[in-house]
Design a protein around this ligand. Sequence first.
Ligand code: GLC
Ligand code: CA
Length: 560
Amino acid sequence: MAEKQSQWWKESVVYQIYPRSFQDSNGDGIGDLNGIRSRLDYLARLGIDVIWLSPVYKSPNDDNGYDISDYQAIMDDFGTMDDFDALLSEAHAKNIKIVMDLVVNHTSDEHPWFIESRSSKNNPKRDFYIWRDAKPDGTPPTNWGSCFSGSAWEFDEKTNQYYLHFFSKKQPDLNWDNPKVRDAVFDMMSWWCDKGIDGFRMDVISMISKPDIYQDSPTHGGLYGDSSITCNGPRVHEYLREMRQRVLSKYNLMTVGETAGVNLEEAKKYANANGTELNMVFQFEHVDLDSGAGGKWSKNPMSLIALKSNLSKWQNGLDGVAWNSLFFCNHDQPRVVSRLGDNSPVSAKAIATMLHMMQGTPYIYQGEELGMTNCPFGAIENYRDIETLNAYRELTESKQREPEELLSCIAYKSRDNARTPMQWDNSPNAGFTSGTPWIMTNPNYKTINAAAQINNPDSVFSYYQKLIALRHESDWKNIIIYGHYDLLSPDDPDIFAYTRELDGRKLLIICNFTAKSRRYTIPEEIKWQNYKSVISNINNNTLARELNLNPWEADVWELI
Ligand code: GLC
Ligand code: CA
């Protein structure tokens, strides 16, 4: 029982809020904590258990809060610590937990630690960050590139050395090999836990342990060396075990690591079932399947066969030994309904069915439950994201890409697609703000919005509500949460079909991932005498071995 209680996160559905774009309460065009408070009823109605709050800490906003200048204060734009405390207690009163974003691979360059660190070579905080001399020829210590374009090293004239930053130059990397850094981070985490928060989503936690040797890495034809050499570094598991012992083990938390560059073997360590590190990780293989020669900036369609094979590898590989997180959308990904789907509500429902019937903890990103789509930003001036803007500048100035062609890939993949204001209703700016929003509102808010969906039983919102309820209170809940997964018809390019099985009971999930009608024969090895409909996005009540599936049809059956 105690064991079971401490694993509440396995039975939860998480909702990610990107506070800047969720709800503005004071007309300055920026979402805030009081805005979130005013929407808790909406989240309770959807039925989610946990909010993952993207960073709300004090920040100069070079990367929208992922550059923190004070871990124990709230960003001015978002409100005050009193607002936060009110949000936490109001959420708890509605049985909603709050998981904080923990960004400790780096701080802001405006954090007092860094201000001290850069002030002199013998400052006590010097070794809080990673400082190196130039190469003998005066160039940066290594050829490593930043994830946000340019070199990962920035020269600082004051002390004549370079500091390391795997993201923007306003995000210097912390030196986790320094025990004082770990003490400071663990103290700060305990302070939040003592406040009563319910867990952490750990930003790029796979990057905290840097390579033992600082040397050039392969450029793969680009301008800079591959920065993924810093993923899953030599001491990352040791540091997470220390974090578990010193902080996490003392509370009843949910922890999820954002583990760029993770593979199955590494994930089994990070999210091991013995609980010595984290509860689960975000892996990115499935959302990188459509990368092309130009990396992320491509418009390759995602092959369903490749997607099925990848997700099945994770379902089978972690079963019983670790735990999966289930996601397609977050603040770094374009909208899934514009990527795997065709922007239609029925395609949004099909994608949701496929994901939410898998083993693991599902994550919903704000607006996904409405079928919110990518945004027609048009000109580069309409984008706000530092990754997008830096990549556009670097790749066009270096003539590696043609502006028009690159812009069309940016339209498809930019993180800003996820960051447009939440579409609440059909009033100006989608009900997000009475002022001017910090980023454009998707013009389709007049038709795609919460007000139009919450009372409509056929809406995407109502469908998500049903999927969540199935996991929480249906007769099938244990099969959905814990059942063993088996992929069917791996070579079918259009149909995503699988079974889930627990204690002799079996669910069959069939999703047509195309906008055309498809005939599908259920494989012979699947047998049933009777069946029950669990959910269907087109209200199909009849199962047969030979099926004529409608466009984007998704059905779940119990086979009896
Ligand atoms: C993570 C975050 C992303 C951020 C980066 C640097 O990948 O999800 O939004 O830009 O880390 O903190
Ligand atoms: Ca505001």
